[in-house]
Ligand binder design. Structure first.
Ligand SMILES: *Cc1c(COP(=O)(O)O)cnc(C)c1O
Length: 600
């Protein structure tokens, strides 16, 4: 991928969250972490949850579905007022919504009641910012009608400021919110659980000690993501502003004048450009433009560089005064403001790359798990040892052995007659947390029907679709799962692949892109925001039929996998076939995965 990339430092987001959560906690305020600027990126929501937020706030149902698919079962609050046409979907996946229209609340009631659910409603009060909210005169009436509805619980009162009108939260308007809440409570003889006092622009008031003590919730996005409160745009003490960084590549560097030559008309966006003559300058062009990002919200991380301007696909950089002269092909880094971040995260042209702190590398150690007649031989041990790999085992395929291996940063090599993939994945998620999964198989193992064989249900089981007691989707997010070499899928499987948005490379894709590119993409998907990946290998992917991957392709894939140094487990269990005599190819693939090169 040669396009622009936004790197998302999940550790910084978690740390920022903790700072804000602790600060608010001291003032009796719960924090809802708002993920909307990342389009509901599950790894970001998980970082906020690790940082201690009480729930997630999202503005769009698509983003909420994305979070739910990745096993996020925390309470989700829908921030944008629900549309009438969306109530059924909303009561399905959202716990609480912010509301200002009684006819919508009535429809939510109908939808929730039909499903036997109780949907939480926070009434939004407009205190003058003139975006969403009930006008104070109508509040008591709407509250009175709301509490009569089945399927609805009036859980709180909230407001939103500093979004449209730029109105700042103040002691006065916050006290109004509290007074109105009391009025509802007294009139209707109920207790409101939540008093939601706004967004990142309310933090300053809290720190001045002026927030009324009854306010017990804030919905925080920007302060967590970019480390800024938004009333005055100040950086928040103890937080990082650079959890997100953008990089783009220099595609031209030339010395040119600073004044255009010839009569000037309009620029590409219909504006009339004005120029100042600064004489000759060294100008760089980056492969990013207004189609990808809000250029005005970018700041070069190297402040000896400055942005001259941009068109759809090009960003012009003044590098005349660069302290360290960048070269063609170099990547230039930027931090982003909220608008630029929003545009970048929404753009299909910008790759998003969540990262976790690198756990120190796996020392070349493997633990044989399971008694495989093929691999448990002195010959194989000595072959692996000759690759510089330290081999222990064989150990019984039970969870304590597997978990110990993961904790010791030893790679479990799971090989035995029974398929132990679910056991291995469980151990990996329990010890490492966020994990990727690469499946090299001709099948998807995504069957859900009862009659299907257990081997064809491994992935569907792992994702919580088969057995109520098993669900690893919160650690093995569908966004980090890749199937390579798919040759056939039942209808229920292809439906699931689409619904879960799994990354699948069929043989056709491999023919089209080549195995090198496919493996590169697979690694990117599986490693994005994870502590490495679990490799599940089934011989059928190569098979003896002409449809499968060739031995050369498989070797190349395995070599790239080995080079990534992110393979935390390899599993070939249950893949020996009855009557099979020659295991040499299988042994060779495993050797490649552990670093064997054709030329030593
Ligand atoms: C976006 C949004 C927030 C979060 O705002 P930040 O300034 O990013 O903290 C809170 N409440 C509502 C209703 C929102 O739409």
């Amino acid at each position: 991928m040669s396009g622009p990339v936004i790197t998302v430092d999940l550790k910084k987001i978690e740390d920022n969250t903790r700072v804000i959560v602790d600060f608010c906690g001291e003032h009796g305020i719960d924090v809802i972490g708002v993920s909307k600027v990342t389009c509901g990126m599950p790894s970001v929501a998980k970082a906020m949850i690790s940082g201690g937020v009480k729930g997630i706030g999202e503005s769009r149902i698509e983003n909420i579905n994305r979070l739910r698919m990745s096993g996020i079962n925390h309470p989700v609050t829908l921030l944008r007022i629900p549309p009438l046409s969306g109530v059924d979907e909303i009561v399905n996946s959202v716990d609480i919504s912010l509301n200002s229209e009684f006819s919508v609340i009535k429809e939510l009631s109908r939808a929730a009641d039909k499903k036997g659910k109780i949907h939480g409603v926070i009434l939004m009060l407009d205190l003058g910012d003139l975006r969403e909210g009930i006008w104070p005169d109508d509040l008591i009436h709407i509250a009175t009608e709301t509490v009569k509805l089945p399927g609805i619980k009036l859980v709180g009162l909230g407001t939103n400021l500093t979004c449209y009108g730029g109105v700042l939260p103040s002691e006065k308007n916050m006290q109004m919110l509290v007074d109105y809440a009391h009025k509802i409570e007294d009139t209707l003889n109920i207790k409101l659980d939540i008093l939601s006092g706004g967004n990142s622009s309310s933090l300053e008031l809290v720190s001045q000690g002026k927030m009324p003590k009854e306010i017990n919730q804030l919905r925080i996005g920007e302060a967590i993501m970019l480390g800024r409160e938004t009333a005055y745009g100040r950086t928040w003490p103890g937080t990082s502003f650079d959890s997100f960084t953008l990089k783009a590549e220099l595609i031209e560097i030339k010395t040119k004048p600073s004044l255009p030559i010839g009569e000037t008309g309009m620029d590409a966006f219909g504006g009339k450009p004005v120029f100042e003559d600064k004489g000759e300058m060294i100008r760089g062009i980056l492969n990013i433009g207004r189609e990808d990002i809000d250029v005005d919200g970018l700041s070069p991380t190297d402040n000896s560089l400055s942005i001259i301007g941009a068109s759809s696909d090009h960003l012009l950089l003044n590098i005349t005064d660069a302290v360290k002269k960048p070269q063609l092909g170099d990547k230039v880094g930027f931090t982003l403001n909220y608008g630029a971040l929003l545009a970048g995260m929404t753009s299909a042209y910008v790759l998003k790359k969540p990262i976790l702190p690198k756990s120190s590398l796996i020392k070349n150690r493997i633990a044989m798990i399971g008694s495989s007649p093929v691999f448990n031989t002195p010959e194989i041990k000595s072959r692996l040892t000759s690759l510089g790999v330290e081999v222990t085992g064989p150990l019984a395929p039970i969870s304590i052995n597997l978990e110990k291996a993961f904790r010791d940063r030893t790679v479990p090599f799971i090989a035995g007659p029974q398929r132990e993939t679910l056991l291995g994945m469980t151990a990996m998620k329990n010890t490492l947390g966020q994990s990727g999964l690469i499946i090299l198989d001709s099948h998807a193992s995504l069957m859900v029907s009862e009659s299907a064989k257990p081997d064809r249900k491994i992935l569907s089981t792992a994702l919580g679709l088969v057995d109520d007691n098993i669900n690893m989707s919160s650690e093995f997010s569908p966004e980090n799962i890749v199937i390579i070499g798919l040759q056939e899928a039942e209808k229920e499987e292809s439906d699931l692949i689409r619904r879960l948005n799994l990354t699948v490379f069929t043989m056709e894709d491999i023919d089209l892109l080549g195995i090198r590119e496919v493996t590169r993409r697979a690694l990117r998907t599986a490693c994005s925001g994870t502590h490495g990946f679990y490799l599940s290998f089934c011989q059928d992917v190569g098979s003896n039929t002409s449809e499968g991957l060739t031995a050369r392709e498989l070797h190349l894939a395995m070599e790239l996998i080995s080079k990534s140094e992110q393979m935390r487990a390899i599993d070939v269990s249950g893949c020996l076939k009855e009557g099979q005599i020659d295991y040499t190819p299988l042994i060779h693939f495993v050797e490649s995965a552990f670093g064997k090169r054709i030329l030593g």
